[in-house]
Design a protein around this ligand. Structure first.
Ligand SMILES: NC(=O)c1ccc[n+]([C@@H]2O[C@H](COP(=O)([O-])OP(=O)(O)OC[C@H]3O[C@@H](n4cnc5c(N)ncnc54)[C@H](O)[C@@H]3O)[C@@H](O)[C@H]2O)c1
Ligand SMILES: [Fe+2]
Length: 390
């Protein structure tokens, strides 16, 4: 009998206006000064202010660190850490999509575990896990989404090694998360599409992973049902509050599924596209999803689950054979990506065919690979990348 590990936030509040609930949380803990980690666009669009206005109104001190780029690198973590100390902060609030949240999560983990601060490095960080103390971190997501606000992971680029890696530790699950769709209303359609496809990839990869079990699969199916019904709607009509709220829940259900069910080859391969070509994470996943699922269909256990994925996404598969259900699953995902305007080819993201060997080698080293239903060879991963070139 296998043991399954579930790691969730201690508190997570949902709904329009949920961000107001950070005040009692902060006051109860006696925190004095926050480092708000966010990004420049969020400041420009007034999203960060929707949180800092609450801090101002309640006389909670804070400093702001906004130098986080999409696909953040280690340097951003170091710089934020310097600001945390220079400003005498004693906790971290992340306001953003996965990029500011992942930086915030690492800073919140490092400051809660003072033994990490000396000579902090990749290796040092890995060597010290599992961490003794939980991250001092409130995660407020502004996209739907990566689910970073609910996950034990942070994905960071190493510009020296030229890779993007995912760190995982139970102590990194943010103790308190806010999923407030009001903060997501201003997300541009392209980002909505990419983030929604990231959430779909989380749900599907965890649903077919080798460690999937009824609890993770229940969350995955719930996420897929909402994504099938609301993702395209939320992209086509940015003012549709019902669709944005549904997607905010869907992406959280997807993180509940992958927190226990883990991920797989799509993410391993996508990480390398982000590292090499700075491709948005959700776009990279969306481009690869159907092609990698086709490959994973050689696992009979995974394959048997594809018709259920199609059904959750809104296809009536009840009278279909398994083969027909598999086809319906792949077609639905491809159609959805097309409708959302996701690039179809590696050429469109500036990928170079001569990089394919390196991409494949590095993807195989990714920590998310072991739970993929099929363990591929380097040659097979290279073939999958090559399929997407024209
Ligand atoms: N930790 C995890 O579990 C996990 C899971 C999946 C992905 N990730 C990581 O998350 C990152 C991607 O995060 P993301 O897709 O949320 O995007 P992002 O955080 O990189 O943001 C993308 C763009 O959208 C803008 N944006 C975000 N919210 C907005 C809003 N409300 N209004 C207007 N603009 C807004 C940002 O300013 C930015 O320009 C990647 O680095 C990825 O690897 C982490
Ligand atoms: Fe992801």
């Amino acid at each position: 009998m296998a043991v399954h590990f579930a790691r969730y936030n201690e508190y997570v509040n949902f709904g329009f206006g949920a961000r107001e609930t950070i005040v009692p949380y902060i006051k109860t803990r006696g925190y004095k000064k926050a480092l708000v980690i966010t990004d420049k666009d969020l400041i420009k669009f007034g999203v960060t202010a929707k949180v800092t206005d609450i801090l101002d109104a309640n006389k909670i001190e804070y400093a702001v660190f906004a130098d986080v780029d999409p696909n953040p690198a280690f340097e951003e973590v170091f710089n934020a850490l310097d600001k945390y100390h220079a400003e005498n902060c004693d906790f971290v609030i992340g306001v953003g999509g996965g990029s500011p949240l992942d930086v915030g999560k690492l800073v919140g983990t490092i400051v809660a575990n003072s033994d990490l601060e000396d000579g902090f490095s990749y290796e040092h960080f890995y060597a010290c896990a599992p961490f003794k103390n939980k991250a001092k971190f409130i995660a407020i997501t502004t996209t739907a989404g990566t689910g970073s606000e609910g996950s034990a992971a942070a994905a960071i680029k190493d510009n020296v090694l030229h890779v993007k890696r995912s760190f995982n530790d139970p102590s990194m699950v943010p103790p308190f998360a806010i999923v407030d769709p009001e903060l997501m209303m201003s997300v541009p359609p392209k980002v909505r599409a990419a983030c929604g496809m990231d959430a779909l990839t989380h749900a599907i990869e965890s649903y077919i992973s080798t460690v999937a079990f009824p609890v993770s699969q229940m969350a995955a199916i719930g996420a897929m049902e909402l994504i099938g019904k609301y993702l395209v709607k939320s992209v086509k009509d940015p003012s549709d509050r019902e669709a944005v709220e549904a997607m905010s829940m869907a992406q959280y259900m997807a993180v509940m599924s992958f927190a226990q069910g883990r991920l797989g080859l799509v993410h391993c391969m996508a990480h390398m596209l982000s590292a090499y070509y700075n491709t948005a994470h959700g776009v990279a996943n969306a481009m690869l999803l159907a092609t990698v699922l086709e490959f994973n269909a050689q696992s009979p256990t995974a394959r048997a689950r594809y018709p259920k994925i199609a059904q959750a996404l809104g296809v009536d598969t009840r009278d279909m054979t398994e083969d027909e259900g598999v086809e319906a699953c792949l077609k639905t995902i491809r159609d959805m990506a097309d409708e959302l305007g996701i690039p179809k080819t590696m050429n469109e993201i500036g990928a170079k065919i001569e990089d394919a060997d390196d991409l494949a080698r590095l993807a195989l080293e990714d920590k998310l690979l072991p739970t993929n239903p099929v363990q591929p060879s380097q040659e097979q991963v290279k073939e999958l990348y090559l399929k997407l070139f024209v």
